[in-house]
Design a protein around this ligand. Structure first.
Ligand SMILES: C[S@@+](CC[C@H](N)C(=O)[O-])C[C@H]1O[C@@H](n2cnc3c(N)ncnc32)[C@H](O)[C@@H]1O
Length: 527
């Protein structure tokens, strides 16, 4: 048999084997099989002893198929290298163009994906490419504008698949922060409710729980944390860009020496140079330290989770949100939609202002907040903590706090505090700080008929208190809940309803239209 025929026969055998493994979804084995074809073709081509046309074609197809198998294992960067190699051999190979487009889409690199789908459509794969083209165009637009509309999904009670979101970076940059290390800053004025970031998790791990996170036993929590770390480690090993970005996150120490990164690095389209082996140089201890400081949980007080009610508890890592520092007068909140984190302004932000989250509950007093900040390893020095540091050292305020702890009538607590604030000439935002710190007493008083009968005329209205608290802590689901309850109980006019919608936008962000916001309120706020 002639050498060329022998080679073709051997290649045919290898192809059949590789195809069979691919169809059986044995990705690793199929990658090995395609690698044999690739090696054989490459070696033969280098000897130049056979007609090259067919061999180049076989090589191109094998590279394309290996890219698909690698992408099934989410090994996107290696898969892209195979696609590029295949396209060097045949720039119009429509199957490779389609495969590359799909990989780029998974990496949220919309404009590069669009180019591939456009070329694939021209080069004979119009039918397959057109669906992707449309999807990619709308995601690219979403990514540029950040105009999310989850109305249909919310109105259907979160039934069906979580809507596809696109990465979006609003008007923000990373700068040195007076709070600590680096922070995220608005580069333009941002209205309350406007989206700041929409970011996909680097990795997420979820557990189903019956009640709250407290029902998740320690072993289950540990197992979840371990799985999460493994997932992050796997991603880091596969993607040099992610590795580069994760290792530049804070591990909570010497933050002022950390490098200020260009926000552009976090755009999916930005590509960092491959250093050959992503996993080399990743210190597991450092990685765990970084995850400890930057991971976010879905059950946090300033996080809303859309989907499935509250039977899931998730932990995840999102890159840019990791630059948001804590403040007890936060101006941003987060919303979890599937693996995406949507960060929005919960107050109007001025250009140059730092974007901040409440890492822990801002509606409680200074000592409780101090306790919680220790768990986070931070010592908060925000203007509210500084003001309350002075005020809570005063005997009169301490007495009111002790009274509340000892079960004093909540209406009386509110009355005393309001009187004391008058005497101490506490006004404006500072009044909001103290009211936020005593929110427990205010909310109980407004909910108690007995307290309202006794104290109602001597304490400020619920509306006035909600306004002054939201002025300092921004939109908050408990303030919203109270407003909704009030509206249900006493009815209300256009002004009251508009106020509820405004607060709902501050709490959830501008992610749904008005009608769907009503459903969202019922699903997430109503009991
Ligand atoms: C998610 S990172 C925030 C970004 C971080 N500042 C950086 O430079 O990468 C969380 C860490 O920031 C610091 N931090 C955040 N808020 C703080 C605050 N209010 N006071 C002191 N440190 C804070 C703490 O070191 C915390 O562990």
């Amino acid at each position: 048999m002639a050498a060329a025929e022998e080679l073709e026969e051997h290649l045919q055998e290898l192809r059949s084997k590789a195809t069979e493994l691919f169809l059986r979804e044995e990705w690793n084995a199929s990658i090995e099989a395609y690698s044999l074809i690739i090696t054989l073709c490459t070696q033969t081509l280098s000897h130049n002893s056979h007609p090259t046309q067919n061999l180049r074609r076989s090589l191109c197809i094998a590279l394309c198929n290996r890219a698909e198998a690698k992408s099934k294992l989410k090994n996107f960067h290696c898969a892209l290298q195979d696609c590029d190699h295949a396209l060097e051999l045949d720039a119009t190979h429509s199957k490779t163009l389609l495969c590359k487009g799909k990989i780029l889409l998974c990496l949220n690199r919309y404009s590069s994906a669009l180019e591939c789908f456009r070329s694939a459509a021209i080069d004979g794969n119009a039918e397959n490419a057109s669906g992707y083209l449309e999807r990619c165009k709308s995601l690219e637009l979403l990514s540029k504008t950040g105009c999310l509309d989850l109305s249909d999904w919310v109105s259907n009670g979160f039934k069906g698949k979580v809507p596809e979101l696109a990465e979006h970076i609003g008007a923000v940059e990373i700068r040195k922060s007076e709070i600590s290390g680096r922070g995220l800053f608005a580069t333009k004025n941002i209205d309350a409710g406007a989206l700041i970031l929409v970011t996909k998790a680097i990795a997420m791990e979820r557990s189903i729980i019956m009640g709250g996170v407290q029902d998740l036993c320690e072993d289950a929590q540990l197992a979840m944390w371990k799985n999460f770390i493994d997932k992050v480690f796997e991603v880091v090993g596969k993607c040099y860009k992610t590795k580069g970005l994760i290792t530049r996150l804070s591990c909570g120490e010497n933050e002022d020496e950390l490098e200020v990164l260009d926000v552009g690095l976090f755009r999916p389209e930005s590509v960092e140079k491959d250093d050959g082996d992503a996993v080399v140089g990743v210190d597991m201890v450092k990685l765990v330290g970084i995850l400890d400081v930057n991971s976010l949980t879905e059950d946090a007080v300033s996080a809303n989770v859309l989907t499935r009610g509250n039977d899931c508890y998730g932990v995840g890592l999102w890159l840019l949100p990791s630059f948001v520092n804590h403040s007890c007068v936060p101006n941003a909140r987060r919303l979890h939609v599937g693996d995406y984190l949507v960060v929005h302004a919960s107050k109007d932000l001025k250009a140059g202002e730092e974007v901040t989250f409440a890492y822990f509950d801002p509606l409680c007093g200074l000592s409780k907040r101090k306790e919680m900040s220790v768990n986070w390893g931070i010592h908060c020095k925000c203007k509210r903590c500084r003001f309350e540091g002075e005020v809570f050292s005063k005997q009169e305020i301490r007495e009111i706090e002790i009274g509340l702890e000892r079960g004093m009538d909540v209406g009386g607590v509110v009355f005393k505090l309001e009187e004391q604030m008058k005497r101490m000439k506490v006004r404006g935002k500072e009044k909001g700080y103290l009211r936020a710190s005593f929110w427990e007493a205010y909310s109980e008083a407004y909910r108690s008929e007995r307290a309202m009968k006794r104290w109602g005329r001597r304490i400020p209205t619920m509306e006035a208190v909600v306004d002054s608290i939201s002025d300092v802590v921004g939109g908050d689901h408990r303030l919203l809940k109270m407003m909704v309850e009030e509206l249900k109980k006493n009815g209300g006019g256009v002004v009251e309803r508009e106020k509820v919608f405004k607060m709902a936008r501050d709490v959830f962000g501008k992610v749904v239209k008005k009608q769907a916001m009503k459903t969202l309120l019922e699903l997430c706020i109503g009991d």
